[in-house]
Write a protein that binds this ligand. Structure first.
Ligand code: S3P
Length: 428
């Protein structure tokens, strides 16, 4: 599907932000492994999270998806059944990596695979630690990618030094650690999102965190919970950027998760001079949440680097778009992980911005954007990457000529109602 965007006369109103993707995945997984029922509200009905549901259903977990409410009758840590077919993870890296940690601890063999993008994403980063724990896991095409075959068995606790700041790697190892014969810890080079640590302890696991290290004790009894999923700051990011860039805008974004391991976008736009107010700060299911009020602002370029990167890794495409409308240079460094997301986001972002007339240069670990050039409408392929589709839709709101997003329906991965929400807040 193609989608056409035209210059916006302003964005106004209020939006409820859909449930957090990372938290929605984890709520299904931990609910499935619990004793008793888990009830999830504001679950993200995105294709990635639906892949997680279908994988656990394929392993015998009763899950009812009533849209507004998801009910899971947990089967316990040892109650999963061997799937009859290959597990289909779709486009979801989170499903692939987290489920692999769980499968490594089962007493059956399973295989999993996903779409063309998943088959290019690096899995050696989880194969290595799971193998160290004693799992028998292999890449069926011997290229370090899915399809993966996982022969579960008795695992050993390890103290793993992760070479990447990745919550997917950390979570994979910690989940395998639930099945190990001793404590399992993961130390990362910079702190990645900590939803697994927070939610696992809410379900009754013994989780210890100390700086860059998180550890789990084996064989806890997980107990079903009621989880209200906070709105996804990664989805709110498009409206934050759009409201800041489009003149005469004022948006209220309700129920946005502001976990400090995820709120880097707020810190960056504040450093750029943005008018963003956090209201009604509260805690929902152990996660900090607020309402955001965002108004059009004049912005200046900043440097985005170092420990900040994991806290905004998925927001870099839209931060790059925003940087085009700021005065001066924005330098994004230490973000080589962008190359192994749903697309190579250094290339897809810089190529798209240049097609719109921006002065953007790709670097080895990020990009440099010389802000202040007027962008013009263009035809932009999403490369089947949801975050590329939405980021360039935002860019299109600032161009005199129309912008066409090719494969625009890729937004279904994380924000199925994205275009409807844009329609709702667009001033006519
Ligand atoms: C996620 C972690 C991040 C992020 C992804 C979701 C998670 O990936 O990019 O969209 O839910 O743990 P990495 O952990 O690989 O950086």
């Amino acid at each position: 599907m193609d989608m056409q965007l035209t210059k916006s006369a302003g964005l106004r109103g209020e939006l409820n932000i859909p449930g957090d993707k990372s938290i929605s995945h984890r709520a299904i997984m931990f609910g499935a492994l619990s004793d008793g029922t888990t009830e999830i509200t504001n679950f993200l009905q995105g294709a990635d999270c639906l892949s997680t549901i279908s994988c656990f259903q394929a392993m015998g977990v009763p899950i009812e998806n009533h849209t507004d409410r998801v009910l899971i009758r947990g089967v316990g840590l040892h109650g999963l059944r061997q799937p009859e077919q290959m597990l289909d993870v779709g486009n979801s890296g989170t499903t692939t990596r987290l489920i692999s940690g769980i499968l490594a601890g089962q007493s059956f063999t399973s295989t999993l695979n996903g779409d063309a993008s998943i088959q290019k994403r690096p899995m050696k980063r989880i194969i290595d630690p799971l193998t160290q724990m004693g799992a028998d896991i292999s890449s069926l095409h011997n290229n370090g990618c899915a399809p993966l075959s996982i022969h579960g068995g008795q695992l050993h606790g390890i103290a793993y030094q992760s070479p990447v700041a990745s919550a997917q790697v950390k979570s994979c190892v910690l989940l395998a650690g639930l099945y190990a014969d001793g404590i399992t810890s993961v130390t990362e080079p910079a702190l990645s999102r900590n939803h697994t640590e927070l939610m696992l302890s809410g379900f009754g696991a013994q989780v210890e965190t100390n700086g860059l290290t998180a550890a789990v004790h084996p064989e806890p009894k997980l107990t079903g919970q009621k989880i209200a999923v906070p709105g996804d700051i990664s989805s709110a990011a498009y409206w934050i950027a759009a409201a800041l860039a489009v003149p005469d805008s004022e948006l209220v974004l309700k129920n946005v998760g502001i976990n400090p391991t995820r709120d880097g976008i707020l810190r960056v736009v504040e450093a750029m001079g943005a008018d963003v107010v956090r209201e009604h700060i509260r805690t929902i299911s152990g996660e900090p949440v607020c309402d955001l009020i965002v108004r059009s602002s004049s912005l200046h370029g900043v440097t985005v680097a170092g420990d900040l990167i994991p806290t905004l890794i998925d927001e870099i495409p839209v931060i790059a778009v925003l940087a085009c409308f700021a005065d001066g240079d924005t330098v994004i460094r230490d973000a080589q992980e962008l190359k192994v997301k749903e697309s190579n986001r250094i290339d897809t972002v810089v190529d798209g911005l240049r097609a719109m007339g921006a002065d953007a240069v790709a670097t080895d670990d990020g990009m440099i954007i010389h802000g202040g050039k007027t962008l013009h409408g263009a035809v932009i392929d999403s490369h089947l990457d949801h975050r590329i589709a939405m980021s360039f839709a935002v860019a299109g709101l600032m161009c005199e000529e129309p912008t066409t997003i090719r494969n625009a329906d890729s937004v279904v991965i994380s924000y199925p109602d994205f275009y409807e929400s844009l329609e709702k807040i667009s001033v006519r």
